[in-house]
Write a protein that binds this ligand. Structure first.
Ligand code: NAP
Length: 282
């Protein structure tokens, strides 16, 4: 079992949404948290909340799409804080749109934020972890990475990429002391992307809380879980896994389930809202 207490954790996307809840959970474990995002006020708010919980939080404002400058950031963290023990790649963006209407900028923005930046940060942190023979990389993916969703196809591709890349690295670096986890939340209440879309999640799809996600991240690190599916209840999680297993044999069966529970319809409405600027865009 991995102990998180006194470990240095680099958490991206720490200024709002699920990242804040993950920071709270890490603070309760007495980790030192290094938070990254573009918003200084957001990071300061998380820092104050973490401090109130008795934890330590150092915020760095940084736009993670500047991938070529991530090496400078990592060097700065090494020099001013300490080498990173645990990396949580949590930053994510989504753009609801029919695929033909995406711009090249949209493709680059989603793929760089969600996938390339996570890869580059990991690439930069791995040598030090390998030298020390310990470390954990947690990639926050999504159920949208297990089954493609219409009108959010780049996001789905980026999240599927995170899952397969995590799967590859776990095998490549087996017995090095470095562990890898992919976390796959479904719809989430209270804060974050589901809420920001302004449209309720389909009733039959199941909805979890941000605390469920934060607890799953802590459990994944402590128990070295390869992949975690998060849905409303243990039964919903089991049924979701069975559905994805069936989808490996007949993908169209899950297409029909998604149409039936209205995932496709919801995303079409989100795309319309996005086009009309009603979607709270990051
Ligand atoms: N909430 C859900 O329903 C849900 C479900 C499944 C998976 N997820 C995944 O969970 C993760 C967190 O989602 P969330 O709902 O918390 O999203 P969110 O509320 O939109 O927060 C996203 C975080 O990422 C940061 N960020 C975005 N672009 C950035 C950039 N270029 N550079 C640095 N930081 C950037 C944001 O901070 P700044 O804007 O201050 O930079 C913010 O802290 C994402 O990977 C998402 O895909 C969420």
């Amino acid at each position: 079992m991995t102990i998180i207490t006194n470990k240095t954790v680099l958490l991206t996307g720490a200024s709002r949404g699920l990242g804040v809840h993950i920071a709270h959970a890490l603070a309760k474990e007495q980790a030192t948290i290094i938070g990254i995002s573009r918003s200084k006020p957001g990071l300061n708010k998380t820092r104050d909340e973490v401090k109130a919980l008795g934890g330590q939080f150092i915020g760095f404002t940084f736009d993670i799409t500047n991938v070529e400058h991530l090496s400078g950031l990592v060097q700065h963290i090494n020099n001013t804080v300490s080498p990173v023990d645990i990396l949580i790649n949590n930053t994510g963006v989504e753009i609801y749109q029919s695929f033909a209407n995406y711009s090249l900028k949209d493709l680059q923005s989603v793929l760089t934020t969600n996938l390339l930046a996570a890869m580059e940060l990991t690439r930069l942190l791995l040598p030090s972890m390998l030298e020390r023979g310990s470390g954990h990389i947690v990639n926050i993916s999504s159920l949208a990475g297990k089954k493609g969703v219409p009108y959010n196809s780049i996001y789905s591709a980026s999240k599927a990429g995170l899952i397969m890349w995590t799967d590859s690295l776990r095998q490549e670096l087996v017995r090095t002391g470095i562990n890898f986890s992919a976390i796959c939340p479904g719809y989430i209440s209270e804060t974050g992307m589901t809420v920001d879309s302004g449209l309720p999640a389909p009733t039959l799809a199941g909805i979890s809380t941000p605390q469920d996600v934060a607890n799953s991240v802590i459990r994944a690190i402590k128990k070295n879980k390869a992949e975690v599916i998060i849905n409303e209840s243990a039964i919903a999680e089991f049924l979701t896994k069975v559905m994805f297993a069936i989808g490996q044999i007949t993908p169209q069966f899950v297409d029909a389930v998604y149409r039936w529970i209205a995932v496709a319809k919801l995303n079409q409405m989100r795309a319309e809202n996005f086009a009309n600027n009603q979607y709270k865009r990051a």
